[in-house]
Design a protein around this ligand. Structure first.
Ligand SMILES: Cc1cc2nc3c(=O)[nH]c(=O)nc-3n(C[C@H](O)[C@H](O)[C@H](O)COP(=O)(O)O)c2cc1C
Length: 333
């Protein structure tokens, strides 16, 4: 039996953002975080370019794949494929509110169909030995989160879900874009804390608006884990403190610069295979914070990193614009 990865600190699944290059980079910054792929539909897993969509670097572990879908047989088949590829967890998306997703009867609209989600979870659990988890909202539209989240949790837990990751706000399916659905419906952390109190044996991670590691530590007094999305992606320098602050373990690198240098062999390897530099470095532009040259680093990558022929040297040139001594001071602070 595979050991269950910890959900104490997770980096959220984010379409177009948490691709394999992003995940490789994040893994340089934290060894302990559980990282998630972008959502991949069962249709894409079963009929798409599987090798490209599901590829990951062995160094990414522990890494969870997030599936989008609702047909239990398709979910089970997709889960088996992902488990065979070596993913550490299967996560089901019950939180995405986009129209495309609603048409396919999956994502957040499944909050209204706990029985169907339960069938999907049970089918996946029967198909794989790795953990199966669900990422959901506290409710949708005019649902009363008190009742809807309890009913949802009861059903998916009875179906065998190993953990629940709850984005602590509703999704409003009519009238709000996916982007608006990430900040307009109000956050209700207490609702998630109550769910944990009522289900002490269920592993629960909280998500939504967690801005820094201090906030993460506060949530960890109430729930088992936190999932950070935008703050982790936009300010990846935060991730370098995760192992130390949340796990009491040494940071993988003493400074952001050292982590950046560790990315260079990966860049060389990928560029040699035909990957554009920018496809990798676009995830790293926010690596430096509050040090002289951070903005120049960002700008150099945004302008020179997109040019044909850009490669590891372009990245090193950008790095040379960041002041070393200031970098060392930040790390020591
Ligand atoms: C660009 C972007 C893409 C996202 N894609 C997904 C996705 O594929 N699956 C998913 O469950 N949530 C997705 N989300 C939502 C995040 O996982 C997370 O629930 C949300 O951003 C709230 O967390 P945060 O406030 O820490 O960012 C996405 C968010 C962003 C910003």
């Amino acid at each position: 039996m595979t050991s269950h990865p910890s959900h104490r600190f997770c980096i959220a699944p984010m379409m177009d953002w948490t691709d394999r290059h992003c995940r490789f980079f994040h893994r340089l910054l934290t060894r302990r975080a559980l990282i998630y792929t972008e959502m991949i539909t069962t249709g894409a897993v079963l009929h798409g370019d599987r090798a490209r969509l599901l590829a990951f670097d062995p160094g990414e572990h522990p890494v969870a794949v997030q599936l989008g879908g609702s047909d239990p047989a398709a979910l089970a088949q997709s889960a088996r494929i992902c488990a065979d590829l070596g993913y550490d967890e299967i996560n089901l998306n019950v939180g995405c509110p986009s129209d495309r997703v609603q048409d396919g009867r999956f994502g957040a609209c499944l909050m209204a169909e706990p029985a169907l989600v339960g069938e999907g979870v049970a089918a996946m659990k029967a198909a794989v030995r790795i953990p199966v988890t669900v990422k959901c909202r506290i409710g949708i539209d005019d649902q009363d989160p008190e009742a809807s989240l309890d009913a949802f949790a009861r059903t998916v837990v009875a179906a065998g879900a190993d953990a629940l990751i709850v984005h602590a706000r509703k999704a409003w399916l009519d009238g709000l874009s996916p982007r608006e659905n990430r900040h307009i419906p109000p956050l209700d952390y207490d609702r998630v804390y109550r769910l944990k109190r009522q289900n002490p044996a269920l592993e629960i991670a909280i998500n939504g608006g967690i801005a820094d590691l201090a906030a993460a530590a506060t949530h960890l007094r109430h729930v088992d884990g936190v999932m950070m999305g935008r703050a982790a992606y936009q300010d990846p320098w935060r991730l370098l403190a995760v192992d130390r602050e949340l796990f009491g373990a040494p940071a993988p690198f003493a400074t952001p610069r050292q982590a950046a240098l560790a990315l260079v062999p990966y860049i060389e390897r990928e560029v040699a295979r035909g990957t554009r530099l920018n496809a990798i470095t676009r995830h790293a532009v926010g690596l430096f914070h509050a040090v002289p040259g951070a903005r120049l680093f960002r700008r150099h990558l945004a302008t020179k990193g997109v040019k044909p022929g850009a490669g590891a040297q372009t990245f090193l040139d950008a790095l040379a614009l960041v002041r070393d001594d200031a970098d060392e001071r930040t790390a020591a602070a």
